[in-house]
Design a protein around this ligand. Structure first.
Ligand code: GLU
Length: 420
């Protein structure tokens, strides 16, 4: 196999390993397999910004399109200090499989800037977003690549991307991003979609395993757009949220946390840590707390060889992308832990992004109840398909999900043929 060293990173190695393993399981044509191992295109840009103190700082940004076999590319824009070419490429590849398994008419992409948005002012983030958008402008568009929020970005960042792109076109082009504010063409239900999708998949998993979700003890790592929404919805469904964390640390209460009070505390103090009537735990300790369901919804590589055997949960639903290393995956599999993999569990975000894009193209917006029932239907069907593949092939859910996603993208390549 030729060299992929430009893209080398721990996550890229993991995604390549997953692709290679699944390709041999699927008996994939080696010519198609080979093409799937590389991104179609990758752009590296420098993003010079005038900081509030008058100094110029340069940030490095990336835009990677993994493949376009099934349509324009789709994926999040990430602002984080771990962003690099290999990581963004791996995340773009995961988006290809995710869109494939949900049967969306998209290829996978990812964008990112290596930065620490927590240490930047809102004006600095705006300037960085606008300059980055203008640097990658040839690679984005409503029928080319459509970014969405990811770690470190939100609706406001999407509005700045959309505005910058629109200014270069001389007209408003809302379809260039999804996950934008509702007032400028966003969709009802998009903000909560990823967290909600996790809850839907948990209900499916529990049903297939013969459990109830109600009454289960849940631990959530991450209190951002994914973790906080999943925790709140599960709490409302009658689960006991025993532990939760954010970047500053976590809190644990075996009796259960009052999510409404916790949200108020976090809104006021900027963190869940320090919440009264709960024990303080680190992010590492949090993962090993006694519970039934664990939702890693923060960053990648949290469940590793060194802690996987101490995890108590019997179901893990991956809110983050790539939170489990392959070594840990193997340990969890041997211990009989059910892992609902990232590309299945967190797919609610891109599914409602698709709804937002479709609504925008039609200039016709659906009611929230309609969005929720369609999301539930798409998630349920995808889950049932993957579950059936896992049963038939005698594999875990991650392998089954990858098989579904990769098979579809490869089939797209095969039908379209090779240009020229
Ligand atoms: N960033 C999200 C993901 O990793 C959403 C992508 C999208 O909506 O396009 O799936």
């Amino acid at each position: 196999m030729p060299d992929t060293s430009e893209f080398d990173s721990p996550l890229f190695r993991t995604t390549l390993h997953q692709l290679d393993t699944v390709a041999s399981r699927l008996n994939l044509d080696p010519n198609l397999h080979e093409r799937l191992r590389y991104p179609r295109r990758a752009l590296v840009v420098s993003v010079p910004i005038q900081m509030d103190n008058g100094k110029t700082e340069i940030f490095i940004g990336y835009s990677v399109h993994h493949n376009t076999a099934l349509g324009p590319t789709k994926g999040g824009l990430r602002y984080h200090s771990d962003v690099n070419l290999g990581e963004v490429t791996a995340l773009a590849m995961l988006m290809s499989w995710k869109c494939g398994l949900f049967q969306l008419p998209y290829g996978g992409a990812k964008g990112g800037i290596r930065c620490n948005p927590r240490s930047m002012s809102s004006r600095e983030i705006e300037r960085m977003t606008r300059r980055y958008t203008s640097e990658i402008i040839l690679l984005i568009g409503p029928d080319l690549d459509i970014p969405a929020p990811d770690l470190g970005t939100d609706e406001q960042v999407m509005a700045w991307v959309m505005d910058t792109y629109s200014m270069t076109q001389g007209k408003s082009v809302p379809g260039v991003v999804t996950g934008k504010p509702i007032l400028i063409g966003g969709s009802a239900g998009r903000r909560e979609a990823t967290g909600r999708g996790i809850v839907y998949t948990l209900f499916r998993a529990a049903r297939h395993l013969g459990h109830e979700v109600k009454g289960k003890r849940v631990v959530v790592q991450g209190f951002g757009n994914v973790g906080a929404v999943a925790a709140r919805l599960l709490w409302r469904e009658g689960c006991t949220i025993v532990g939760i964390s954010d970047v500053k640390g976590g809190v644990y209460s075996p009796r259960g946390l009052d999510l409404r009070q916790l949200e108020a505390h976090a809104a006021e103090s900027g963190s869940v840590s320090g919440f009264p009537d709960a024990d303080r735990v680190t992010n590492a300790e949090l993962l090993e707390l006694p519970c039934d369901i664990l939702i890693p919804a923060a960053i990648g590589s949290q469940i590793r060889e060194d802690n996987a055997s101490r995890i108590k949960a019997s179901i893990i639903a991956e809110g983050a992308n790539g939170p489990t290393t392959p070594e840990a995956d193997q340990i969890l599999r041997e211990r009989g832990v059910t892992v609902v993999p990232d590309i299945l569990a967190n797919g609610g975000g891109v599914v409602v992004s698709y709804f937002e894009w479709v609504q925008g193209l039609q200039f016709y917006f659906w009611r929230e109840s309609e969005i929720l029932s369609r999301l539930q239907e798409v998630m349920t069907r995808a889950f049932n398909r993957i579950w059936a593949v896992a049963q038939k092939e005698g594999t875990d859910l991650r392998t089954a999900a990858l098989m579904e996603g990769i098979r579809r993208v490869a089939e797209g390549f095969r039908i379209r043929g090779l240009y020229p």
